[in-house]
Design a protein around this ligand. Structure first.
Ligand SMILES: Cc1cc2nc3c(=O)[nH]c(=O)nc-3n(C[C@H](O)[C@H](O)[C@H](O)COP(=O)(O)OP(=O)(O)OC[C@H]3O[C@@H](n4cnc5c(N)ncnc54)[C@H](O)[C@@H]3O)c2cc1C
Ligand SMILES: NC(=O)c1ccc[n+]([C@@H]2O[C@H](COP(=O)([O-])OP(=O)(O)OC[C@H]3O[C@@H](n4cnc5c(N)ncnc54)[C@H](OP(=O)(O)O)[C@@H]3O)[C@@H](O)[C@H]2O)c1
Length: 293
């Protein structure tokens, strides 16, 4: 795993260690941050890292607005920032920011964002918000992270968040995508966490044994096929993992995917007796859209 911060300081609100931005450039954009790494996974998915504003505090799982400067308006001659909501994929202790992004070919932002390179600048509005945070859940034994597509992003943050392993005995991450190549970012991240010596030193040798990773595809052959919602309904998910079905006493869950997926999963969790939580009223599960439909 790439290492920049020191997760030894785990008070995310007050003591998150943040180093000064490395770029010596004078930012040309408002709230400019410099891109430090870009990785492409498929023709529809990429991730990138950028510098972190020295004053930015956030809780693992939250999202911010990021973007680029829009085109010049021919009528006014002015430019406006083109911003979109993005889950922060890096944990709160990291001194850089990481994002995992779709490439929509005619999308106003991502048709351009997909071409960013190391050294380029992006806009990052430093006002993190969101419901996929530990504060919105009451204590439990087992936490489920349910994702489709780029909905994996907030869980890339939470899977690197030490509180996840302090609070729960078991951490189950399910990721459903259409094709096998779309699982690569998540698979690589889980692998890097399992081999992370520093996290193991801090959390105990066996911390990674708490992670159960359950990737599925729906439109390309893979080891496990099917929508996670169908696998829950049939009981196959629980049989495969050799665990008891969902139980409101012990299970907590976070959901992030497309709207239909979120709604279907919400219904399954409610049927199992779990109640939706929020920052203002913690309960047994929380949900957030991975994109607006
Ligand atoms: C709370 C929240 C968090 C988000 N976090 C992320 C994130 O971490 N990574 C990310 O890539 N996007 C994320 N999004 C979506 C993001 O805000 C943009 O919609 C996306 O970057 C595309 O922007 P665009 O201007 O190119 O196209 P838009 O005009 O915004 O979208 C065009 C169409 O593309 C499709 N689309 C948009 N985003 C996605 C997506 N992520 N996956 C599949 N289809 C999509 C939708 O059908 C949408 O109508 C998030 C959205 C919300 C509401
Ligand atoms: N992924 C691609 O290769 C691709 C290519 C070109 C264009 N697009 C367009 O991009 C947009 C987003 O595509 P995406 O693949 O990133 O995201 P998506 O359509 O949200 O699908 C992601 C995964 O979620 C599953 N899913 C969808 N609805 C579900 C539900 N109600 N319950 C459980 N699982 C559900 C899908 O299964 P199913 O396969 O069964 O739906 C798929 O495996 C779509 O508008 C699509 O047309 C995608």
């Amino acid at each position: 795993m790439r290492r920049r911060g020191n997760p030894a300081c785990f008070d995310m609100t007050e003591q998150t260690p943040v180093t000064e931005e490395k770029s010596a450039k004078v930012p040309a954009l408002p709230d400019a941050q410099t891109v430090t790494e870009v990785k492409h996974y498929t023709d529809r998915l990429f991730s990138f890292r950028c510098t972190r504003p020295s004053t930015l505090r956030f809780r693992s799982g939250e999202f911010v607005m990021i973007g680029l400067m829009g085109d010049v308006n021919p009528k006014t001659g002015k430019q406006k920032p083109l911003l979109r909501a993005y889950s922060i994929a890096s944990p709160a202790w990291d001194d850089e920011m990481e994002f995992y992004s779709i490439k929509v070919q005619d999308g106003p932002l991502t048709s351009r964002l997909q071409h960013i390179k190391v050294g380029d600048e992006i806009i990052l509005r430093p006002k993190p918000v969101g419901t996929l945070v530990h504060d919105a859940l009451i204590p439990g034994k087992r936490i489920w992270f349910f994702a489709t597509g780029t909905g994996f992003a907030p869980f890339a943050s939470l899977l690197r968040e030490p509180q996840t392993y302090e609070d729960y005995d078991e951490v189950i991450i399910t990721h459903t995508c259409r094709e096998v190549g779309e699982l690569t970012y998540g698979r690589d991240l889980i692998e890097s966490i399992r081999n992370d010596e520093m996290l193991a030193e801090l959390m105990g040798e066996d911390f990674h044994k708490k992670i159960r990773y359950y990737p599925t595809t729906t439109r390309e052959e893979s080891a496990k096929m099917g929508r996670i919602t169908d696998l829950i309904r049939s009981g196959e998910l629980f049989e495969d993992l050799e665990i008891d079905p969902l139980n409101p006493e012990s299970d907590r869950a976070m959901i992030c995917g497309n709207l239909a997926f979120n709604l279907e999963l919400k219904e399954l969790l409610e049927d199992a007796g779990l109640e939706e939580g929020a920052n203002s009223k913690p309960a047994q599960y929380v949900v957030e859209k991975a994109f607006l439909d």
